[in-house]
Design a binder for this molecule. Structure first.
Ligand code: TRP
Ligand code: MN
Length: 449
């Protein structure tokens, strides 16, 4: 599929109901911002998007594996070199662990460079007894508990665009400029992780990899090649604020197809995927690979109809189903979904988000997740797919390279009383670097080829 859908244009979503949009009070400013955005350069290029789709098509057949991860929601203030570098490092480490064990390419997709918009269950929220407009992500308003800071400001979309560009610029520099070279695998291990059991396991793997590369050099095979020196890395975010997404949607001059050039991959949340809604209408016409989150409340026929709407040609690589059922109920919800999708003959990447349905409020009142429950959902995901004869093609994590204390459990046995030590997320709790590595080693055991 190279051309876009019939009766679609980048504004056709506007005649449908768009849920989860900020109440922009200043419409004039909103329109001005969108028209500025539509003149600014695309953040990614259509050829890269096609490349990602090709790789995802391989994950459909089990010839590649998807690793998607990053913050729940990025913050403007978090757009710093150390933050970007540390997140990239963890993802590269996880990718190496998974590539080594699984014996197939790992498709690296960050929740980064644009993950600034959040769906909320209500338009207002109570903060310290005061009712405020809900925080909808830095691209809409500020998370500060102040009624004025909570008013959605369209200028924030422009800022989000420029910070996405700055983030992508550094990611491209790191992944193309030598930082991500496989010769440097040791250098991605963070100081605070090195002395931990996970850090040491990682060091062992890195050493083996170095030995293999040295061996190649010794016998005269050049290691001065882009396959080793550069990493392929892609960006993704939830396609939520449709005005923003529309203004970054461009026609590819070489093929005539339309691409949402705000990121390589976009996903659609569990709360905005109504078949006749604006989000599905917008996404059906852009040619990017699409993720679709599926939680316990889904209806099978509805899911099948949405996939048909988004991917009428059943093109492999177009659709990734990101299931999020929770460790206790995945065995109830996943098998019927697998069977329904299989029976309909739909080509999809099956990806597990083991984070979102395992969230709870701890005794101390912090929103958290338990490492063991995350791992347990992952295990069930793999086992259920294997027993149904389908392919577990990827994983989706909320993680950070920082030494945060947001999820409990893991090798260091973080407990409820540790959550306050370094809880930084303004949204959902993330795995820290060490917990992320541990997760990768556990998955490696499951997929070892
Ligand atoms: N170019 C390959 C890739 O991007 C191999 C590679 C280079 C790599 N650097 C990496 C793999 C860092 C994982 C992590 O997959
Ligand atoms: Mn989240």
């Amino acid at each position: 599929m190279t051309t876009s859908s019939p009766n679609w244009n980048k504004s056709s979503w506007q005649s449908r109901t768009a849920l989860q949009q900020p109440n922009w009070p200043d419409r004039k400013k909103y329109d001005e911002v969108l028209s500025s955005l539509s003149l600014l350069p695309p953040l990614v290029f259509a050829g890269e998007i096609r490349e990602l789709k090709k790789m995802l098509a391989k994950a459909v057949d089990g010839q590649a594996f998807l690793l998607q991860g990053g913050d729940c929601s990025e913050e403007f203030a978090g757009c710093t070199a150390p933050n970007i570098r540390e997140t990239l490092k963890v993802l590269l480490q996880m990718a190496v662990i998974l590539t080594y064990a699984g014996g197939k390419p790992v498709i690296k997709v960050g929740r980064i460079a644009g993950q600034y918009a959040k769906p909320r269950s209500s338009d207002t929220e109570m903060v310290n007894g005061v009712e405020l407009p809900s925080y909808r992500g830095d691209m809409a308003n500020s998370c500060l508990p102040d009624p004025v800071a909570r008013i959605p400001d369209p200028e924030r979309m422009l800022k989000g665009y420029f910070l996405s560009a700055a983030t992508l610029n550094l990611l491209r520099a790191f992944t193309r400029g030598g930082f991500a070279s496989l010769q440097r695998v040791h250098a991605w291990n963070q100081e605070f992780v090195k002395q931990s059991p996970m850090g040491r396991s990682y060091e062992r793997l890195a050493k083996q990899l170095n030995q293999a590369l040295n061996f190649m050099e010794t016998i005269g095979i050049s290691t001065d090649i882009p396959q080793l020196k550069e990493a392929q890395f892609f960006t993704s975010h939830e396609a939520l604020f449709l005005g923003y997404e529309e203004s970054l949607t461009r026609e590819d001059s070489t093929t005539g197809g339309w691409y949402d050039c705000s990121a390589h991959m976009l996903w659609i949340g569990d709360r905005t995927r109504q078949i006749d809604g604006a989000h599905i209408e917008f996404l059906r016409g852009v040619l990017n690979p699409l993720g679709m989150k599926i939680g316990p409340k889904h209806d099978l026929d509805d899911i099948l109809a949405i996939i048909e709407r988004l991917n009428p040609d059943n093109e492999p690589g177009r659709i990734t189903l990101i299931t999020r059922f929770g460790s206790k109920t995945i065995d109830k919800y996943l098998p019927p979904l697998i069977r329904g999708v299989k029976k309909a003959g739909l080509q999809v990447v099956w990806c597990c988000d083991p984070m979102h349905a395992n969230t709870f409020t701890s005794a101390s009142g912090r929103k958290t997740r338990n490492f063991d429950e995350i791992l347990s959902e992952l295990r069930c995901f793999f086992e259920l797919h294997w027993s149904e004869g389908t392919i577990p093609g990827g994983v989706h994590f909320e993680l950070t390279g920082e030494n945060v204390t947001e999820c409990i459990g893991g090798a260091r046995e973080l407990a409820d009383e540790h959550l306050n030590l370094n809880y930084l997320s303004t949204c959902d709790p993330r795995l820290n670097a060490e917990q992320s590595l541990e997760m990768a080693f556990q998955i490696a055991e499951m997929i070892r080829s």
